[in-house]
Design a protein around this ligand. Structure first.
Ligand code: SF4
Ligand code: SF4
Ligand code: SF4
Length: 274
């Protein structure tokens, strides 16, 4: 029963969001959408609790493929950052804007960058590459994310200011081309830096939202100083170079934590927990 507690709590949270949005917006899509995502996450938590090695991958594929293939390609909803700007400027509070509000802007106040660890369809592929732990220190090129963020904003603003026709069609193609570029640059960077998550660390524009909000995250890795023997095993396995042994909010790369729990699993002292 203990193993079911966390999955059921998570399912209840998502079901609350699903029912609230369904009733508030009178659209049954939100009931199916958030129920499905909640089930995927609850299943992943349960698989993790029974020590299934690929628990996180199950969630990544379940949520990531659903959003990329069904919502993106079949339903024509641009869930990339350009889609968010586009629907926001259009005054449409629908799937992409709600997705950003829940997963990437306000949700991180509760679950930090859980999106990056369990649901992102870009990272779903990058995490399959062989460079799971970075072998070199971080580069000081994180400023590039502000450039990609600005480019996405300027691109969509230009569509409105220049009154370009067929913006909906352009935004759909921007989704396809944007995803291809994300995968191509993500894989090139991973190979160049021998780090699967290099794209997340330096290029991804969404981190401009994710990082400041996740600074205040309710859910975060905590270290029991009395149990910790400073062996450093946790830091070696962290894909995001987080210093999780420092409990302060200002811990090194604290806003990069994707809650993958690799550090928790690696600690011989069981000093780390979520
Ligand atoms: S940083 Fe960007 S690409 Fe990486 S997992 Fe998060 S949203 Fe996806
Ligand atoms: S290894 Fe630990 S600190 Fe690093 S990203 Fe995963 S959960 Fe966060
Ligand atoms: S692995 Fe555990 S004991 Fe070792 S440094 Fe990390 S928290 Fe401390």
């Amino acid at each position: 029963m203990k193993k079911l507690a966390a999955p059921l709590i998570m399912l209840a949270i998502f079901e609350t969001v699903a029912i609230t949005l369904w009733l508030a917006l009178d659209n049954i899509f939100y009931l199916f959408n958030f129920t499905y995502i909640g089930i995927c996450i609850a299943l992943g938590l349960f698989l993790y609790s029974v020590h299934f090695r690929y628990a996180r991958l199950v969630v990544q594929l379940g949520v990531g493929l659903y959003m990329l293939l069904y919502l993106g390609f079949i339903d024509g909803e641009n869930m990339q950052i350009e889609g968010f700007w586009f629907y926001l400027f259009s005054g449409v509070f629908e799937a992409a804007t709600i997705h950003y509000a829940v997963a990437k802007i306000f949700g991180p106040l509760i679950f930090g960058r859980g999106w990056c660890g369990y649901a992102c369809w870009t990272a779903m592929i990058l995490d399959l590459l062989p460079f799971k732990q970075p072998s070199a220190p971080r580069k000081r090129i994180g400023w590039i994310r502000y450039v990609t963020f600005a480019v996405s904003l300027i691109f969509v603003a230009a569509l409105f200011l220049l009154q370009i026709p067929n913006t909906a069609g352009i935004i759909f193609w921007a989704f396809i081309i944007g995803n291809i570029l994300y995968y191509v640059f993500g894989i090139i960077l991973a190979i160049a830096f021998k780090d699967n998550r290099a794209f997340c660390k330096y290029l991804c524009p969404v981190t401009v939202f994710l990082k400041p909000m996740s600074y205040f995250s309710l859910m975060r890795i905590k270290c029991n100083d009395e149990k910790c023997v400073s062996c450093g095993k946790c830091r070696k396995v962290c894909p995001m170079n987080v210093d999780m042994t420092d409990n302060s909010r200002k811990r090194a790369n604290g806003t990069e934590c994707i809650l993958c729990l690799k550090c928790v699993d690696s600690c011989p002292q069981k000093a780390l927990k979520l």
